[in-house]
Write a protein that binds this ligand. Structure first.
Ligand code: SAM
Length: 716
């Protein structure tokens, strides 16, 4: 079936069964000839969607082609496999002096004639535009970006959808010549040749998460929550190249710790949770503020009382537990409460009906990111967390042969705790899990106990609403038992692979030990000693030694004290959410630990050394990432972004303009970006930072004016 119609700045997604159209502006006219079943305005763009059915195929209406708007021709292939998108997009239709006349009605009454006419029309357009059209490839779980020449700009993108940011083609200015001084100074070597600026995205992109786009997810199966996984735009036709605008009335978030309990409604203007979770006290709207009273589905009377019960079962106060993952975090009130115990929680939840939950968490200054127990492993290495928590997160734990609990087992460190409250614990009625399955709590509990035994976990004593299991310190005992009952993963499986790696229902092997009392992978110090003690994993990374760790730590202490001299409000709460885009051994975050900040330590999935496990062993948190793709977060998540050697690493992997656009999306207004890189790289990227209108300051590093590494401080 072929179909043509037009809209201004619209984007189409289609598979064999359905189509959806997202428009940046409200579509100004009716869609003729398409059978629509939804027409809704969501939190960001306008959406239209419909079924490809007989009525659509043999519509009696003409295709709506307007000369004044962009023309999109859609081809939905009957033979395409499920989920494959076939989109043909054309630049603006050639101007025509008069509006196109609808085809005579008599012709249209015959479906076959209509089909023939549309086919001819589309073929003509296709032929005419073949040299300029782009065919959107099916979204791939792990796109391998082709190296692009870094000099390339997108300013003359042929795509009408993305081209609304289009600017006149730039002439390359002469390379900047600059000197650095020991003192900070304003750096603008290109002042004479001001580059053209990027345009702002339309206002309905204010809360846009490119890889968690509700429109795109409709084309992925709901089985194993695949639709809630990351699905990032790929290719020239999908990637938006404009700057996400701030919401109307945006104000600087409250300074920590006030932000724990209050946020400006204008910054995250979403009411659903204030109404739907009113009884559970997640969040309330009081005047122009969102107030977080510390409630939750499992702790309606307050999370503090809930944690008081929990601390009778697990050693929250001893420093043994430092890193926690809260799956299905809501607005992260559990993670917030654990901060009182010097525990840092990675709060994760998908972008789902719990409108903007993770955005609320970040606005409160709490560590959080979008994430789901679905199809892929969580983006963390094995043995990362001292505790995992689920309070009524409704994950179907025993489904798919225990897949999800096996994933929790993978990321729990030996001796770590799994805490579950809500169904099936102390539950009588049947309930619906997040994947839609109806669960009988009694049967589920039996299956859960059985699964925990298969994982060799031990259930801790305790009655009441919370159940706790503990992972063994090693697998010696487990290995002795029936190997069919305990299905271990393949010996070649990399337990630390957590980047678009499909989950398998198998038990992740622990490093071997000789004695029952040994802890697999080595004993960790309690927090805070853990932060600066050589992590046992250092010895497992070929090419890294304990001395490297010590030297790296010292180096970062010096560097951060230089940074602190520039970031004047660091100690007074001017920055709260910090991201290190290429965290190495976590030295930057460790040196910041005396300030009122938390750091998301990002380790590129293909970094030379996989150091994320080391970072977790220090009692810090982070994630794997590919900076050729957008991060799993909302716009305006971070106050400070540190990009150490990021651009030298990505120069030949993808277009660095996309990285800048992503940094712009996730940095908060009035935030700061620190770029540390080789002087040659800094020269290359300077024109891009100018396009963002960022105020730049160039500094020498501790190596002085002759050191090749330079620092670029960008004030947003
Ligand atoms: C009823 S709420 C509970 C929120 C919070 N834990 C509390 O007690 O207030 C369920 C939470 O689980 C999340 N969730 C549902 N399915 C999930 C999955 N498969 N993986 C991760 N989170 C999930 C939802 O997005 C939501 O945050």
């Amino acid at each position: 079936m072929l179909r043509a119609f037009s809209f201004e700045r619209c984007e189409l997604f289609a598979n064999i069964e359905r189509f959806s159209i997202r428009c940046f502006n409200q579509p100004s006219h009716k869609v003729e000839g398409l059978s629509l079943d939804t027409y809704q305005k969501q939190d960001s763009p306008w959406y239209l969607s419909g079924k490809k059915d007989k009525h659509t195929a043999a519509s009696s209406s003409p295709p709506d082609i307007s000369p004044t708007t962009d023309l999109i021709i859609i081809s939905i292939s009957h033979t395409s496999p499920h989920h494959h998108l076939h989109t043909l997009k054309m630049p603006k239709a050639s101007p025509s002096p008069s509006p196109p006349q609808p085809l005579p009605k008599t012709h249209l009454k015959n479906p076959l004639t209509t089909l023939f006419l549309i086919t001819v029309l589309c073929s003509t357009f296709y032929t005419l535009s073949s040299y300029r059209s782009t065919i959107t490839p099916p979204p791939k779980p792990k796109p391998k970006p082709k190296p692009k020449p870094t000099t390339k700009t997108h300013f003359n993108s042929p795509n009408p959808i993305t081209n609304f940011t289009s600017l006149t083609h730039q002439t390359t200015p002469p390379p900047p010549i600059f000197k650095t001084h020991h003192k900070n100074h304003t750096f603008n070597p290109l002042q004479q040749y001001p580059p053209k600026k990027f345009q702002s995205c339309p206002s309905n992109f204010t809360h846009y998460c490119p890889c968690q786009d509700p429109l795109r997810e409709r084309f992925f199966k709901i089985t194993k929550m695949l639709h809630r996984e990351r699905h990032c735009p790929t290719g020239e036709s999908e990637i938006l190249r404009c700057l996400v605008p701030v919401p109307l009335g945006y104000k600087k978030p409250f300074v920590w710790p006030k932000s724990r309990s209050e946020a400006w409604f204008s910054n995250v203007p979403f009411k659903v949770l204030t109404e739907s979770k009113k009884q559970q006290n997640w969040v309330r709207l009081v005047g122009d503020r969102l107030v977080f009273p510390g409630g939750g589905t499992s702790f309606q009377k307050g999370v503090k009382g809930y944690v008081d019960v929990l601390k009778k079962m697990v050693p929250l106060e001893s420093g043994v537990i430092r890193t926690v993952v809260d799956t299905g975090c809501g607005v992260a009130s559990f993670g917030d409460a654990l901060m009182d115990y010097n525990i840092i929680t990675m709060s994760i939840a998908p972008r789902d009906i719990h409108e903007a939950q993770v955005q609320f968490a970040l606005e409160r200054g709490l560590p959080a990111m979008l994430g789901v127990l679905g199809t892929y492993r969580l983006p963390y290495p094995s043995r990362s967390f001292d505790m995992a928590h689920c309070s009524r997160c409704l994950v179907p734990w025993t489904q798919y042969d225990g897949l999800y609990l096996m994933e929790i087992d993978r990321i729990l460190r030996p001796g770590g705790y799994w805490v579950l409250s809500g169904p099936p614990i102390n539950w009588r009625n049947k309930y619906t899990a997040s994947d839609g399955t109806t669960i009988d709590p009694k049967k589920e509990l039996t299956r859960l106990e059985d699964l925990a035994r298969r994982l060799c976990w031990r259930k801790l004593k305790g009655k009441g609403p919370i159940a706790v299991w503990q992972k063994p310190n090693n697998h010696i005992e487990c290995n002795k038992r029936n190997s069919k009952f305990h299905k271990f993963c393949d010996k070649n499986d990399d337990p630390d692979d957590g980047w678009y790696k499909t989950m398998d229902a198998c038990i992740t092997r622990l490093p071997q030990v000789d004695h029952m009392q040994d802890v697999s992978g080595g004993v960790l110090e309690n927090w805070p000693k853990r932060l600066n003690t050589v992590p046992p994993r250092i010895g497992l990374i070929p090419g890294l030694t304990s001395q490297d760790f010590v030297d790296d730590n010292l180096m970062w202490r010096k560097r951060v004290s230089t940074y602190a001299g520039v970031l004047k409000s660091l100690s007074s709460g001017g920055y709260r959410n910090v991201m290190d885009m290429n965290a190495g051994l976590g030295g930057f975050a460790a040196s910041l630990s005396k300030y009122p900040v938390w750091v998301m330590n990002v380790v590129p999935h293909d970094a030379e050394y996989n150091t994320l496990g080391v970072i977790y062993e220090r009692g810090l948190i982070g994630t794997y990432m590919n900076w050729c793709e957008p991060f799993s977060t909302y716009p305006r998540s971070y106050d400070l972004i540190h990009a150490d050697n990021v651009f030298s690493m990505y120069m030949n992997k993808c277009d660095i303009v996309d990285i800048f656009i992503e940094m712009y999306r996730i940095i908060r207004p009035k935030g700061t970006i620190i770029i540390a890189d080789h002087v040659d790289i800094i020269v290359k990227i300077k024109s891009h930072t100018d396009q963002m209108s960022w105020h730049a300051r160039l500094l020498d590093t501790e190596a002085g004016p002759f050191g090749p590494r330079k620092l670029l401080f960008l004030d947003i």
